[in-house]
Ligand binder design. Structure first.
Ligand code: C2E
Ligand code: CA
Ligand code: CA
Length: 870
């Protein structure tokens, strides 16, 4: 096409040019012929004239007729009679001066007649020699012929006529007018000549030229086409590579057809991939939406089915987390999904069947029982996942007809099957993770017992069952007695160990079918669905208590754990989880109030007590604002002379309705509800203010003791708040003693010891309060950062007992050896004072001297005592 496009116009132009040039050439040939023809005619005319004038000269006698010149001119010269004289007045018409005579030979003779002009007498007729008249035929015309005619008579022909067809002949006609000179008609000169075709040589060039051009055009166009086709072919290859490397089945050999087909295969591959991506996206959405695993597996199975066609396809999952679980999902050739067992034998004790390990595609000839019914040749399996984590196996059934074929190679060109299996593994891992989270959210981290949330999730189900079977059940709220002392005294790490052991004992004592939960801290909750009445509930409680008869041994400490429990029965003590737990809690609280180490069934009255407690907390907050808290002061007496050696500040609350409330009733509450910090600061400030006031009034109180809660010590700002209170009221560190309960001051409580040591270094003294009730042993009394030991009033109260006497005596002896001041508190009788005196313990605090006094009362005592001292 390219070649033709070049050749056709070229040939056309060539042809037109040729034709035009040929026309031009033939026109110029015609012109030439005319010139030749005319030239010849004029030459003949010239020779006629020459002959006539020669004849005239002969008639005049100037020349002889027999001269050489005339001889060649004339064949004969004859005399003619005189010519008639021309009539005067009329124009003289010339005579016919040329005569044409036919001869016998056929060739006409031509004679010219001339007369003497001067005389007009002698007229001569000269027959012209043809050679002279017609001249040299060669010179007349080349390659042609000129014939002369006169009045239908052929006079002569010179040259030769061309022997060619008519249309190749040029003709010319020229009339030589003779009338004026010779008085005869014109002679006609007819010239013919062969057309000289000067362009025929070019015609010969045309073919090679055209062929040359065609070849050139072909060459150039093929170069050009290659320039287009080579990149096109590369493009094709690349698209084909994108399209999975498969060469398109080509029906046409045109690159554009191939391009189209390659694009088509690319498109179908991309469509397939988009479909795959969509499936994966759907799966991801399901995973993200925490849908059940079954939904994901169904989606994956259906996607695999679109890839591999109707055949049994199975997905087996094996999750290694939580309770070991395995499941097999089968998509039958008819598209029905079912769960089957693809593992031979019971999956019983073997935690993870050894067959289930991550591996690439493998062909298994042994058909699992669940797949046996389909009459398969083999099963192709792919297992993904981690050895220790969730595993997913995809199984493709190979039909008998396909035996020996590599199924995965046929269908899994792009690894989509692996990807799908991987997604199931992700879903499985997500589900396992979810389960872990669910477990974590519902279990206590320390003891792994169910937590409060789990109780609230499980209780409604238990209640539902109880409703159906029309019976009640028991809930127990169990709290450890004095756990705070253990925690504070032995440290949290040990406290945690104690809790773990307590949980273990509770769990095993409660037995199966009983829910044991840890609600937080040292609070446990037991739901016993088969303890249907109060007696059964108490039996359950007894069983638990029995488990705690043995002491807990933790890091060489052997601890007896007392339990306080409250029992609430469904449905009498509560119809829902919330009520049951709250009322069991109340009953427990009451058991605690009554001294602990016992169980207390719930009683409707308790509710009121609980409400009172809530009210109390509310009132306590209000008390701070309304300034209902104030201090009383109990003097510390030297029993030898009855002098006041100091006083202890004790907090009092004058409630507008309930009257005076003792600190035993609200300090614990303040510690629980976080008010203790504010209250502690208030006490410090009031005490210091009071001491400064007495000092200003000239009253002498050697020392003031202030009680400090372990919570204040733990908060870390005790030193600063004491320093602030002292500075505010211009007091000295040495005037203050800090009383802190024994349980805080133990080996593990490095922080507490450091803080107290810091206070001591600042000049203040530290007293251990309620000594003997904590878990500290006498042995490490030496290490305690303390100046004063206050023997707990429970020892003083039972001082009549021999055992107690021994304990108290050893405390005093050891304390004095260590250089500590020993204070006996809660001394109520003079017998006790005497006994203590006899053991060298003289500092006494108790009702035997004074109860805690309002500040005015103490002030009234102070001057008297100073006066007495003076
Ligand atoms: P505590 O530090 O052991 O205070 C001594 C308690 O024994 C006082 O009880 C006091 O009234 C009482 N008492 C004094 N002499 C006798 C006696 O001869 N016989 C008997 N049976 N009891 C006697 P109170 O005032 O009810 O204080 C109870 C507890 O409240 C105190 O025990 C102390 O631990 C705490 N407390 C009192 N005031 C404060 C305070 O300002 N801050 C802190 N954190 N705790 C305080
Ligand atoms: Ca005290
Ligand atoms: Ca005390």
């Amino acid at each position: 096409m390219f070649g033709l496009a070049v050749i056709v116009p070229a040939v056309l132009v060539f042809y037109l040019t040729y034709r035009n040039a040929a026309n031009l050439a033939s026109a110029s040939e015609a012109e030439t012929l005319r010139v030749v023809n005319k030239g010849y005619a004029l030459a003949v005319f010239e020779r006629l004239n020459i002959a006539r004038s020669t004849l005239e000269r002969i008639s005049q006698g100037v020349e002889r007729a027999s001269g050489t010149a005339t001889g060649s001119m004339f064949t004969a010269v004859t005399e003619l009679g005189a010519a008639a004289a021309p009539e005067s007045g009329s124009p003289a018409l010339p005579d016919e001066l040329l005569l044409i005579r036919r001869t016998r030979s056929g060739l006409p003779e031509i004679a010219v007649i001339a007369s003497n002009q001067d005389t007009g007498r002698r007229r001569l007729q000269g027959t012209l020699a043809p050679d002279f008249l017609w001249g040299d035929p060669e010179a007349a015309i080349s390659n042609g012929r000129i014939c002369v005619q006169a009045e239908g008579i052929d006079l002569t022909c010179v040259g030769s006529a061309p022997s060619v067809l008519d249309d190749q002949v040029l003709r010319d006609q020229w009339d030589l007018v003779l009338k004026p000179e010779y008085g005869v008609g014109a002679w006609r000169f007819l010239a013919v000549r062969r057309k000289h075709d000067s362009f025929s040589e070019y015609a010969g060039l045309l073919l090679p030229l055209a062929v040359g051009m065609l070849l050139t055009a072909l060459l150039l166009s093929s170069i050009e086409i290659r320039r287009i086709l080579v990149p096109l072919e590369t493009l094709l290859e690349k698209i084909a590579a994108l399209g999975g490397g498969r060469a398109p089945s080509v029906s046409g050999d045109d690159e554009f057809v191939m391009l189209h087909q390659t694009f088509h295969s690319l498109q179908s591959r991309i469509t397939g991939q988009i479909l795959a991506l969509k499936t994966l996206q759907e799966i991801d959405q399901l995973i993200l939406a925490r849908s059940p695993l079954g939904g994901v597996i169904e989606l994956v199975l259906k996607r695999i089915r679109t890839m591999v066609g109707a055949r049994p396809i199975a997905i087996s999952v094996s999750s290694a987390v939580g309770d070991f679980s395995e499941q097999d999902f089968l998509l039958r050739p008819d598209g029905v999904l079912s769960t089957v067992s693809l593992r031979g034998g019971p999956a019983g004790d073997e935690r993870r069947p050894s067959r289930m390990r991550p591996h690439d595609w493998q062909e298994a000839k042994a058909i699992a029982p669940g797949l046996a019914e389909f009459g398969l040749a083999s099963v192709w399996c792919l297992t993904v996942g981690q050895d220790s984590g969730p595993l997913v196996r995809v199984s493709l059934g190979q039909l008998q007809a396909e035996a020996g074929e590599n199924l995965p190679a046929r269908y899994n060109g792009h690894g989509e099957l692996e990807e799908l299996a991987g997604r199931v593994a992700v879903a499985l891992a997500a589900e396992a993770h979810e389960q872990r989270l669910v477990h974590q959210a519902r279990h206590d981290l320390l003891t792994d017992l169910p937590n409060r949330l789990a109780v609230f999730e499980l209780l409604p189900g238990i209640i539902g069952q109880a409703q159906q079977s029309m019976h009640g059940f028991a809930t127990l709220f169990v709290d450890l007695d004095r756990f705070k002392a253990i925690n504070d005294g032995l440290g949290h790490t040990l406290g945690d160990t104690v809790l773990v052991e307590v949980a273990r004992r509770l769990r095993s004592a409660a037995g199966p079918d009983t829910l044991v939960a840890r609600l937080g801290g040292d609070e446990f909750f037991v739901v016993a669905p088969y303890a249907r009445d109060r007696a059964a509930a108490i039996a359950m409680d007894d069983a638990i208590r029995e488990a705690f008869e043995e002491p807990l041994v933790v890091e060489n400490n052997s601890l007896f754990i007392g339990l306080s429990s409250g029992i609430a029965m469904y449905p009498t003590d509560g119809e829902d989880a919330d009520m049951l737990m709250r009322n069991a809690d109340l009953a427990m609280y009451r058991a605690k109030q009554l001294g602990g180490a016992s169980a207390m069934p719930f009683d409707a009255e308790m509710n009121q007590a609980a409400e009172k407690r809530v009210q109390l907390e509310h009132d306590l907050r209000l008390a701070m604002e309304l300034d209902q808290l104030h201090l009383h002061y109990q003097p510390r007496i030297d029993s030898r002379d009855g002098s006041i050696v100091g006083a202890e500040a004790l907090l009092r609350w004058t409630h507008p309705v309930a009257g005076n409330i003792g600190p035993g009733e609200f300090i614990g509450l303040a510690e629980e509800c976080g008010l203790i910090g504010a209250i502690g600061a208030l006490v410090l400030d009031r005490a210091c203010r009071q001491l400064a006031a007495w000092q200003a009034a000239g009253l002498d109180l050697p020392m003031l003791a202030v009680n400090v809660s372990p919570h204040q010590l733990r908060a870390g700002d005790l030193f600063d708040s004491i320093a602030k209170a002292l500075a505010t009221h211009g007091l000295d560190w040495s005037q203050l003693e800090i009383e802190i309960t024994e349980s805080v001051l133990v080996k593990d409580s490095v922080f507490a010891s450091e803080q107290l040591q810091r206070l001591r270094e600042a000049g203040c003294t530290v007293a251990i309060d309620d000594f003997g009730t904590g878990y500290s042993s006498l042995a490490y009394l030496a290490n305690l950062p303390t100046d004063t030991i206050k023997i707990d009033r429970s020892f003083i109260g039972s001082l009549h007992a021999r055992d107690t006497q021994a304990v108290v005596r050893s405390i005093i002896a050891l304390g004095q050896t260590l250089g500590k001041t020993i204070v006996a508190e809660g001394v109520e009788s003079s017998e006790q004072v005497k006994l203590l005196n006899s053991w060298d313990c003289h500092i006494v605090q108790g009702f035997v001297y004074f109860p805690p006094l309002p500040p005015e009362s103490l002030a009234a005592l102070l001057p008297r005592i100073r006066d007495a001292g003076a």
